[in-house]
Design a protein around this ligand. Structure first.
Ligand code: ADP
Length: 285
């Protein structure tokens, strides 16, 4: 699988060959139960960690060429319930990129001004320009998740949004933005553990919001809302991936691998030197 840091090649260990994400196919039955949050035959921690580090080195190289090439943008959308690991992925995977070429955007409840615009207004503005990788920590999908579950808008409004989202993402794809969307899927049991840990760990307690417990109580409603978003909005232009996220290391490996595969498929090229510079540099050596 591609070249490693400084041009050296690397390949994934045999036991990880089949551990990869597949895009959601809207025709399939979407599974969001506890089992889907884990992988069978969990590989050894060190093997996973080493492989993820190699993938991240590869991402560093790929981003350099991607940035220099400048013909496309890449947008990684991260969605998931509270404590599903969105911040963890940003730290582990986006940490591989040169910060000057990455833009991370978080979406909280809309401001009064944002509410006076269409729901995609604030999102469109955060889409990365060509040459840049954008990571969305939550996204326009909140407008068919929390907005639906908490009845922030009438059903006729959120129902119409799936088609609007597909059209928006198609516009992005047509404009050179490569869109990949990850739903970090944790089981109810694992989320319970993580929220309990947050309550008792002074380094994590600040992350706990009052709404987290309310959202947990609405677990099944969110599951239905996620299923619809995944089913209706996994397109060729902007596929969804369900990332089993009960184990942080598996989660990071899977996202890193999907990004490496995506970026390798772009085949970014370093632009040739400007002939005028070449000419001016004659004799410089
Ligand atoms: P996080 O939980 O991702 O670490 P915050 O604590 O800032 O970040 O929470 C963000 C909150 O904003 C979530 O509860 C989310 O549901 C809410 N939110 C995001 N987008 C919207 C939206 N479009 N409408 C209503 N609420 C939203």
């Amino acid at each position: 699988m591609g070249k490693g840091k400084n041009g050296g090649t690397f390949s994934l260990p045999e036991q990880l060959k089949d551990l990869r994400l597949e895009p959601v196919d809207g025709e399939d039955k979407i599974k969001l139960g506890s089992k889907a949050a884990c992988v069978e035959d969990l590989p050894a921690r060190e093997v996973l960690q080493e492989a993820t580090a190699a993938l991240c080195d590869r991402l560093t190289d790929l981003q350099e060429a991607f940035h220099a090439d400048g013909s496309r943008a890449l947008l990684l959308v991260l969605q998931g319930r509270d404590a599903s690991g969105k911040d963890g992925v940003i730290k582990s995977v986006s940490g591989a990129f040169n910060p000057s070429g990455v833009r991370i955007s978080s979406f909280g409840p809309p401001t009064p001004l944002e509410l006076r615009h269409d729901f995609l207004w604030r999102v469109h503005e955060q889409v990365p320009p060509r040459g840049v990788i954008g990571v969305f920590n939550r996204s326009h999908y909140e407008d068919v998740l929390v907005a639906r579950v908490r009845k922030l808008v009438p059903e006729s409004v959120w129902r119409g949004r799936y088609a609007l989202i597909n059209a928006f993402e198609e516009l992005l794809a047509e404009s050179g933005v490569v869109v990949r969307k990850c739903m970090l899927h944790v089981s109810r049991e694992e989320q319970g553990e993580r929220l309990r840990e947050r309550l008792h760990d002074p380094h994590k307690a600040w992350k706990f919001r009052l709404g987290d417990l309310d959202d947990r109580a609405l677990w099944d409603d969110y599951t239905e809302a996620y299923k619809d978003a995944l089913r209706q909005c996994s397109t060729k232009a902007a596929p969804w991936y369900i990332v089993p996220s009960d184990d942080n290391k598996v989660r990071n490996f899977l996202v890193a691998r999907m990004l490496v595969e995506t970026m390798e498929s772009l085949d970014s090229k370093y632009p040739p030197m400007d002939p005028k510079v070449r000419e001016a540099a004659v004799g410089f050596h």
